[in-house]
Design a protein. Structure first.
Length: 469
């Protein structure tokens, strides 16, 4: 997309356009007076037709309508009952086609080569700016809707509302487009340049943008909402009902859909947030360079507060992945009710390939793992410290805990094993047998239980090593 800036500020229309509007009204009243005295002399530049009287020179009306055109090549046409078409500018065009059963249509085009078209009952189209376009009611040869509003304010901007009823499309900026179509009660709003909103193919959808070079879409269902505040973002909510996607920042992609009642929220820059392919999934990002995904199931949650993190929850139901910190990677997948949490930096937590597995990390450069191989359940790996590792996998009901620095705890390769380290540079291993327990309380020490079953090893002190058998 090209570069551009919105032409309207907090004062409404820009100063040059407001001045132009005053001149247009003055010119219009003067032109009408001249036309009354000598209509032939001004027909090529200005025309007015009312109630079917004065047709010609670019203006056409029927009983109960008014058509006014001001400018070289400007045209205005109003048909039906109680319609008004008003065109100002070189080659400006305003058309009201109410139809045999319609009433109350209004089309206003102000600007060179601007176009305003309404078709149906109670539709309003306003195009204000050079090469701007507003269409309300019909999408051309498609179905006609009623009581739609399309407003485009800015140069080379487009607003379309129709093919349904009570749709609203409003654009404020240059080279932008807003569409609210193919359904009822859809709303499409753009404030900014080189941006696009689309709300439709369903009912009560809302797409909103505040900023430049954005794209927001809410469609393919009902009650979907997609919003953007920032620049160079893409946001989608739809292909289902009740989805919500919102983006604040720059260079982000946010998706909530392919299911129902999914929520995706991105606040930051260069982020990627996805919630969907199922129902009631939640994905949220707060910070820069993050990726959060909650999908391929129902009730999954992936949340990040920090930078350069990756959180995935899904391929199952009710999985949870949470990050608070920078440069972390967490996953709770391929199963149900798995949980992976990191509070710290440069750490990893991975739970899943089974059910009810839990990984928790508090600190920096740590690893907690309970996701290998597939089909393992009720394992827990917990780390609080620095540069430590806890693994509870390759079995069921295993628990590995580390509280310290440069330490390792491993429980697994069987069932009901427990490994615990409280200290630094120590290691506890309970493996290759059921119901083994290995505990270390001290520094530079080890405890090993297994291979075999029902071994219990406890090491207390520094620089000590114990093993069974």
């Amino acid at each position: 997309m090209g570069q551009g800036q919105a032409v309207v500020g907090t004062g409404g229309l820009p100063l040059n356009m407001r001045r132009a509007g005053v001149l247009v009204l003055g010119a219009a009243s003067g032109a009408f007076a001249v036309a009354a005295l000598s209509p032939v002399a001004v027909a090529s530049a200005t025309c007015m037709s009312a109630f079917g009287v004065g047709n010609g020179g670019g203006c056409t009306s029927t009983f109960g309508t008014v058509a006014v055109a001001i400018g070289s090549g400007a045209t205005a046409s109003a048909t039906g009952l109680f319609g008004m078409a008003f065109a100002v500018g070189t080659n400006a065009s305003a058309t009201v086609d109410i139809g045999a059963k319609g009433v109350f249509g209004n089309a206003v085009a102000v600007g060179n080569s601007s176009t305003a078209v309404t078709k149906g009952t109670g539709n309003t189209a306003l195009a204000l700016g050079n090469q701007s376009s507003a269409t309300a009611g019909s999408l051309g040869s498609g179905s006609i809707g009623d009581f739609n509003i399309a407003t485009a304010v800015g140069n080379k901007s487009t607003a379309i509302a129709g093919a349904g009823n009570y749709n609203i499309a409003m654009v404020l900026g240059n080279s932008s487009m807003g569409s609210a179509v193919a359904g009822h009660n859809n709303v499409s709003l753009v404030t900014g340049s080189n941006s696009t909103t689309y709300a439709g193919v369903g009912n009560f959808n809302i797409a909103s943008i505040l900023g430049n070079h954005n794209a927001a879409t809410a469609n393919g269902g009902n009650n979907n909402i997609a919003t953007i505040t920032g620049a160079n973002n893409q946001t989608y909510a739809g292909t289902g009902n009740g989805n919500f996607a919102t983006t604040t920042g720059s260079g982000n992609t946010t998706y909530a859909g392919s299911g129902n009642n999914n929520v995706a929220m991105t606040t930051g820059n260069s982020g990627n947030t996805f919630a969907g392919i199922g129902d009631h999934n939640i994905a949220g990002v707060l910070g820069d360079g993050n990726s959060a995904s909650a999908n391929a199931g129902n009730g999954n949650t992936a949340l990040i507060a920090g930078k350069n993190g990756s959180a995935y929850a899904g391929t199952g139901n009710h999985n949870t992945s949470i990050i608070a910190g920078n440069d972390n990677n967490v996953g709770s997948t391929t199963g149900n009710s798995n949980t992976a949490v990191v509070v710290g930096n440069s750490s990893e937590a991975s739970s899943g390939t089974g059910n009810n597995n839990t990984d928790i990390v508090i600190g920096n450069k740590n690893i907690a793992e309970s996701d290998y191989p597939a089909g393992q359940n009720n394992n827990k790996a917990i780390v609080a410290g620095y540069n430590s590792v806890a693994r509870a996998n390759n079995g069921n009901n295993n628990v590995a805990k580390v509280f310290g620095i440069n330490s390792t705890a491993y429980a697994g390769d069987s069932d009901n094993d427990k490994a615990t380290v409280v200290g630094n540079n120590s290691k506890a291993s309970a493996t290759y047998g059921d119901n083994n327990t290995a505990s270390v309380f001290g520094n530079k020490s080890t405890a090993t239980a297994g291979p075999g079953a029902n071994y219990h090893v406890k090491t207390v002190g520094n620089g000590k090593n114990n093993q069974k058998p």
